[in-house]
Design a protein around this ligand. Structure first.
Ligand code: HEC
Ligand code: HEC
Length: 218
C-alpha cells in the first residue's frame, strides 16, 4: 500500500516536472478530467446572447483566480458542496449536489491552474470585509438582494431566496475585490445574467459598503 502511494506520488511529481510550471500540469488535469466539457477557461466573456448563457453546463472559470480564495478552492474541489441551491440555469430543479470530485493531488494541480486565471478588471485592495448596519439595510430592505440570495445574520441564522448562489460563507469563498468588481462592472463577468444591475441605483460608496458587507458573511 505504502509503496503504491509512493510510486503514485513519484509519478505525479515527474509529470509536474515534465510539464512544469504547476499551471501547465493543472491545466492538463483539468482537460483530462473533462472539466472543460462544462467550464470554459479563456476570457474575456464568451457569451454573445442569452442562448449562449443557457447552453452552458457550468459557470465560466476564466477569472477564477480573481474570484475565489485559494484555500476554499483547494478544499471545495475535493469535497464540492452545493453553492447554488438550484440546478445551474434552472429555477425549478434543485441542485443535485453531484459535482465531480478530485483527489488531493489533482485538486492541488487544478487549484494552481485556476488561481492563475485572473482578470485585469478586478482592482486589488479596494474592499475590506466589514459588517455595517447601513449595508445590511441595503442588502435586506432597500435592494432585493435577500430575495435571491441566502445570507447569514450576525448570529449565523440563514435566510434568503434560492435563485442566486448562496452567499453563506462568502468570506471564505470570495475575494472581496471581486465582489465589488462583479457588482459595479455589470457585464464584464456575466454579460447575460439573471441578476439585475444595481450599479445605476447605488453610489460608488454604497456599492463598496455592500461589497464589504457580503465579503464579511461567515
Ligand atoms: C457536468 C458538468 C460539470 C463538470 C464535468 C464539471 N463541473 Fe464544475 N461546476 C458545474 C456546475 C453546474 C457548477 C455549479 C455548482 C454549484 O453551484 O454548486 C460548477 C461549479 C464549479 C466551480 C465553482 C464555480 C463558481 O463560480 O461557483 C468550480 C471551481 C468548478 N466547478 C471546477 C470544476 C472542475 C475542476 C471540474 C473537473 C474536475 C469540474 N468543475 C467539472 C458543472 C460541471
Ligand atoms: C433576481 C435575483 C437576484 C437579485 C435580486 C440579486 N441577485 Fe445576486 N445573483 C443572482 C444570480 C442568479 C447570480 C448568479 C449568476 C448570474 O449573475 O446570473 C447572482 C450572483 C451574485 C454574486 C456572485 C456570487 C457567485 O458566487 O458567483 C454576488 C456577490 C451577488 N449576486 C450579490 C448580490 C447583491 C449584493 C444583490 C443586491 C444588490 C444581489 N446579488 C441581487 C440573482 C440575484
Amino acid at each position: 500500500m505504502r509503496r503504491l502511494a509512493v510510486s503514485a506520488f513519484l509519478g505525479v511529481a515527474f509529470l509536474a516536472m515534465a510539464a512544469s510550471p504547476a499551471f501547465a500540469a493543472g491545466d492538463a488535469v483539468f482537460k483530462d478530467k473533462n472539466c472543460s466539457s462544462c467550464h470554459y477557461t479563456t476570457g474575456p466573456a464568451q457569451e454573445k446572447s442569452i442562448a449562449d448563457q443557457l447552453a452552458k453546463k457550468g459557470p465560466e472559470l476564466w477569472y477564477a483566480g480573481s474570484k475565489f480564495k485559494k484555500t476554499w478552492l483547494l478544499a471545495w474541489l475535493q469535497d464540492p458542496k452545493p453553492i447554488r441551491p438550484m440546478k445551474y440555469n434552472s429555477i425549478t430543479a434543485k441542485n443535485g449536489g453531484d459535482h465531480p470530485k478530485l483527489s488531493a493531488v489533482d485538486a492541488a494541480g487544478v487549484t494552481d491552474f485556476l488561481m492563475g486565471l485572473t482578470s485585469a478588471d478586478v482592482e486589488a485592495g479596494l474592499i475590506t470585509p466589514k459588517y455595517k448596519p447601513k449595508a445590511k439595510l441595503i442588502f435586506n430592505k432597500k435592494m432585493p438582494c435577500l430575495g435571491c440570495h441566502k445570507s447569514p445574520d450576525k448570529k449565523g441564522n440563514v435566510s434568503g431566496g434560492l435563485s442566486g448562489p448562496s452567499l453563506v460563507g462568502a468570506s471564505k469563498r470570495l475575494n472581496p475585490d471581486w465582489i465589488y468588481a462583479y457588482l459595479s462592472k455589470t457585464t464584464t463577468f456575466k454579460p447575460y445574467r439573471d441578476m439585475p444591475d444595481f450599479a445605476s441605483y447605488l453610489s460608488e460608496s454604497k456599492m463598496k459598503l455592500l461589497a464589504a458587507y457580503v465579503a464579511n458573511f461567515k
